[in-house]
Structures are given as structure tokens and as C-alpha cells.
Design a binder for this molecule. Structure first.
Ligand SMILES: Nc1nc2c(ncn2[C@@H]2O[C@H](COP(=O)(O)OP(=O)(O)OP(=O)(O)O)[C@@H](O)[C@H]2O)c(=O)[nH]1
Ligand SMILES: [Mg+2]
Length: 363
């Protein structure tokens, strides 16, 4: 029987994992694969799941815990997709997770020979990569930067994303930095947003199945836990009613949140939203304080009643994050004459990682 292919695309918050899953799903469908996607988060109500569902691929969500700490949940998601006919599964672990080789890749190789595991792809983007490697200074907590550095160290392929935003010189310099720092790891460059380079990465990982999970790194779990714990994590689903134009409303919301976090010097890990009106949607993100808010999708959207899913990962205590989001929402709602009902909301600090499995040797 043909084995189900399994590709994990890791990388820190806002590195572009979901954008790459989207493009990968498209590229694989063209190659006649039946694609399944898996999203992952510490809490339910995922912008990523709502977004990726629009690819038409089967999507499963493992929420409430990361893949490493809920390996059975991850395995069930894979089984459910293969039962539904998927022969190529692409999974996106939580952006603040590392040590995936020891906790996911080795156990898969050991326990699930029926899956064909592909090399671990880790996405990085210019600013955070440079900050993590000590080339530039920024607001990201040193222990969060430690996670990014460990992610790159354990990668089978490092993929520099968002190259459409780089000058030729920046691209050349970034590739040089990565190749010098990780001389044994293949480094590729893509733009997940416009698809450039995605097929090349796929060709390369498909040729290198014997290279999956070839690196184990030492991870200091105290630093890892703290790197996650410095982030407040909020997932909310809201019911919005009013006469607003929702594209402008979404942009105003992201800009107001950005400003509120900037005033508190709280670096953004990733703030993302999806606003849904039946088939129509608006998606918006801010990847870090230095970025401006970007919204895509439906413009000129007027509807009396829409759903908003908001996911915020910000370097501040969770109580402060919740307070800030509520205050910004309330102010904006008043100004736009919008009624906001919170359907569900979870605001948490990620707990100490406690993986289901931890292998100390390469399988
Ligand atoms: N310009 C540009 N933007 C990109 C690219 N890839 C992703 N982005 C943008 O970066 C932001 C974050 O992308 P996501 O794909 O949501 O990032 P992620 O790694 O899945 O984030 P988390 O799930 O929160 O960890 C979004 O605004 C994307 O549109 C790219 O190649 N170029
Ligand atoms: Mg994502």
C-alpha cells in the first residue's frame, strides 16, 4: 500500500507557516495529491483553520495543546485525514514550539512506518532571524529568541520566507548568514505569499525522505518554557452587529491594537483576525510591532451581522492582554456603533511543555 506522506512546516509565530500551507496545498493539488492539512494551537477558535478551510483541502485542528504535548491528538488527526482519503498531509505546529525532532519526528519514524515522513521544514523571516542570531537588537524576549534559534538548529531544511519584501542585497546577506551559521542544513528562499520557490522546496523535500529528522538539538526546557510564558495568548470568537463597513473596521481594529501594544512596549508575536460573512471573508495580520496592519479579502463589505475570530500572541501578561483587547474593542465598537458579543474567549499563558514522547537518539 502507498504510504501517506507527512510534511511538518514549523517556524516562529508569523513566519508564514499558514501562508505556506495554503500555497503547498495548491501546488500538491496540481500534482494530483489528495491533500490534508492540520493546524495546531493552545486554544480553540483558530484563524488559521477558518482560513485554510477555504483551500478545499481536508483540515483538522489539534487545539488545547501543541502536537508534542498531545501526540495522540496529532496521530488521530492524521488518521482521520487518511481515512478521508488524504495521501499527503501538511501540518503546522504551534509557532512557539521547538524540539520537534525529539518529540514528533523520531516517535513518528519509530512508531508509524506506514507514514512517509518528509524532512522538517522551518520557516524564518528576515527581522526575527537576525534578532535571534544576535545580528540586530529588538524587543523580542531573549528566551523567545532562543526558541527561534533552536527551531533553526533542528531543521532539516531552513526556508527563508517573505523574500518579496527583501532587496537583492538583503536576500543575499540573509542566505549567507544562514548558510554560515548552519553549514550542514540546506537553506532555501521563498515567498509563501506569491508562491515563488514553493515548488522548489517541495521538489527538494520529496527527494530527501531519508533526511527527515536527522538532527537532535539540546533544548533547555526552562528557557523554552519561559520563552513561551512571556507571551499572552488570546483566542476569541465574537458576534458583531451593526452598519459598519467591515474591511475598514478590521483595519481600524488591528491598528488600534498595534498602537495599544506599542504604548506598553509589548512586542507582538502575531495578531491575526478573520471576519466572516457566509462565504465572504476578510483576513488581517500584524506580525510584529514594526509592521503595519494588513487586511485582505472582501472590500466594501456591509452586512448586519458578522463573525470575528481574533487570535493575539503578545509579549505581555495574559490579564493585561485581555484587558487591552477588551478596551480597544469597546472603544472601537462605540465609535463605529457596533454591538460586540463575545461567543467564546480564552486567554492564557502557555504552560511548561511536557511532551508525550522525548527521544534522545535519532531513529
Ligand atoms: N510579504 C509577505 N508576507 C507574507 C509571506 N508569507 C506570509 N506573509 C504574511 O505574514 C503574516 C503571517 O503569516 P502566517 O502564514 O499567518 O504566519 P504563521 O507562521 O502561520 O503564524 P502563526 O500561525 O501565528 O504562528 C500574514 O500577514 C501573511 O500574509 C510572504 O512570503 N511575503
Ligand atoms: Mg499559522
Amino acid at each position: 500500500m502507498k504510504k501517506t506522506k507527512l510534511l511538518l512546516i514549523g517556524g516562529f509565530l508569523a513566519a508564514g507557516k499558514t501562508a505556506m500551507l495554503w500555497e503547498t496545498a495548491r501546488a500538491l493539488a496540481k500534482r494530483n495529491y489528495k491533500v490534508g492539512l492540520i493546524t495546531n494551537d493552545q486554544a480553540p477558535d483558530l484563524v488559521d483553520t477558518a482560513f485554510l478551510t477555504k483551500t478545499g483541502a481536508g483540515v483538522r485542528e489539534v487545539s488545547g495543546s501543541c502536537f508534542c504535548c498531545n501526540f495522540p491528538g496529532f496521530a488521530n488527526a492524521i488518521a482521520s485525514l487518511t481515512d478521508a482519503g488524504a495521501d499527503f498531509i501538511v501540518a503546522e505546529p504551534v509557532g512557539s514550539c521547538t524540539d520537534l525532532s525529539a518529540t514528533i519526528l523520531q516517535p513518528i519514524k519509530d512508531k508509524y512506518p506506514e507514514w512517509e515522513l518528509l524532512p522538517l521544514v522551518v520557516l524564518v523571516e528576515h527581522a526575527r532571524m537576525q534578532e535571534a542570531l544576535g545580528i540586530t537588537e529588538g524587543l523580542t524576549h531573549p528566551d523567545a529568541l532562543y526558541i527561534i534559534e533552536r527551531q533553526m538548529s533542528e531543521a532539516d531544511f531552513i526556508v527563508l520566507n517573505k523574500t518579496d519584501l527583501l532587496s537583492e542585497k538583503e536576500l543575499k546577506d540573509d542566505l549567507e548568514i544562514l548558510r554560515k551559521r548552519f553549514p550542514d542544513t540546506p537553506v532555501k528562499a521563498i515567498s509563501a505569499l506569491n508562491g515563488t520557490g514553493v515548488d522548489d522546496v517541495l521538489d527538494n523535500v520529496l527527494k530527501a525522505t531519508d533526511k527527515a529528522g536527522k538532527r537532535l538539538t539540546d533544548v533547555d526546557y526552562d528557557r523554552y518554557a519561559n520563552g513561551e510564558a512571556v507571551l499572552g495568548w488570546l483566542n476569541a470568537a465574537m458576534d458583531l452587529r451593526g452598519k459598519a463597513e467591515w474591511h475598514a473596521f478590521s483595519e481600524n481594529l488591528l491598528n488600534a491594537l498595534r498602537q495599544a501594544f506599542a504604548e506598553k512596549n509589548a512586542e507582538i508575536g502575531h495578531v491575526k483576525l478573520i471576519l466572516l460573512d457566509g462565504e465572504k471573508s476578510i483576513i488581517g495580520n500584524i506580525g510584529k510591532l514594526a509592521d503595519s496592519a494588513s487586511c485582505r479579502g472582501e472590500t466594501e463589505l456591509y452586512a448586519p451581522h458578522v463573525t470575528l475570530i481574533l487570535n493575539a500572541r503578545v509579549q505581555m501578561p495574559r490579564e493585561k492582554l485581555e484587558e487591552t483587547v477588551h478596551a480597544v474593542m469597546a472603544k472601537l465598537a462605540k465609535e463605529a456603533d457596533v454591538f460586540v458579543g463575545y461567543d467564546t474567549e480564552l486567554c492564557l499563558t502557555p504552560g511548561r511543555p511536557n511532551p508525550t514522547y522525548h527521544y534522545n537518539q535519532i531513529v
